[in-house]
Design a protein around this ligand. Sequence first.
Ligand SMILES: [Zn+2]
Ligand SMILES: [Zn+2]
Length: 442
Amino acid sequence: MLFHSDKTKDNLVAAMPRYVYSWFYYSGLRAMPALDSIPYSREDEHFLWKVWYTVGTIFPKHHGAKKMITRKTFTSLLLLFVVLCATVYAQTRTEVAFPDINGYRTITADLHMHTVFSDGTVWPTVRVGEAWRNGLDVLSITDHLEYLPHKDDVLPKFNRPYEIAKPEADKMGIMLIRGAEITRDEPHGHFNAIFLSDCEPLNTPDQKDAVKAAQEQGAFIWWNHPEWKRDDGKAWCEIQQEYLDLGWMHGLEVFNGGSYYVNAHQWALDHNLTLLGNTDIHAPIDEIYNYAEGEHRTMTLVFVKENTPEGLKEALFERRTVVFGSGKLVGREEWLRPLIEASVKMETSDITLRGKSPVVVSVFNACAAPLDLELADRPSGIAFPKSLLLPSGKSAQMRVQGGGNAPAGTGPIEVSYAVKNALLAPNTPLTIKLVFKVTFAQ
Ligand SMILES: [Zn+2]
Ligand SMILES: [Zn+2]
């Protein structure tokens, strides 16, 4: 009844649980809470080996027609299960966790990308599936109006990407916004317009007419990748000033893909423009962002009153955004401060220091961005870590140590940390205060 196979076969059979389990472990199935709590160790392998051995005992190799199920059948069923699980994995969504703040709901948007209808390499519905898997709430496909390298194979119909993707977006609960990219040479550069009712009128010979046509449709318009071809700080020219004065430019991309534009960040602040970050993705998303390695696509966090196109539009015009690109958060203090403060959670703020014995406080980071803290200011006589890295969704230990000569008593103390990857302005990180109630005991 037991294994009658030779040694090599036995070893292969013994290894099966490890292969199957490691497959589960490294596939998206570990995202299921029940499986995620199981650490992968030698003991698990041993346990699974026993399960496999028992299975071999119950369902032995086929020795006669009377057996109801053979090991071969069982193996086939197991493989079928694995294939079915692979299908489930393909549909896994990585949620992007950021807290709601100031009474607004936080939603995630990528408002700049391409398909085969301009110079991208994917069909519009693929963008919707990618957005769902990457945890986005809002998507805008913004194909170029003027640069159409596939036009001999794909008809240049500027509303089609939206029309094709819309049923899929509705099915997946993704908010799809109609948009286009007005693509002209520098110094004009590229502008995105979204909330369009019809993209066709933007296809004009004159660049200014295109932006005007978007404005006439009540579009939200911004300057894309302002420093893409000119990073000497002089990309802002007469035409941008003219659009700003006319009220035709409402925002700027401070992040485009993995590029952060320092000067554009300052221009957005100087001219009171909405801060935006988008992928401008042309290839399949997985070719550019490696989610398995913890990378994330560039996106804009938008703080909305309601999760509708009207709610999104109102929030964008009112500049209620924070950009999340390459692990950095870029935003105005009004939005970035509450976002970070709601994300950093201390296990306790009530500590007792005895002599020079250190106390360890767990600090949890509830947001999708890892937070890189650097000590900015501390009270004298108490030591805090010089730097503290808070990985996303995890706790880190903060060691607090007294000098040993403080008089007994209780009182509040404050320690300040600069969040190095949360920028209020170029080279200006946000600083947060952690407040403790400290008791000095003898
Ligand atoms: Zn562009
Ligand atoms: Zn583009």
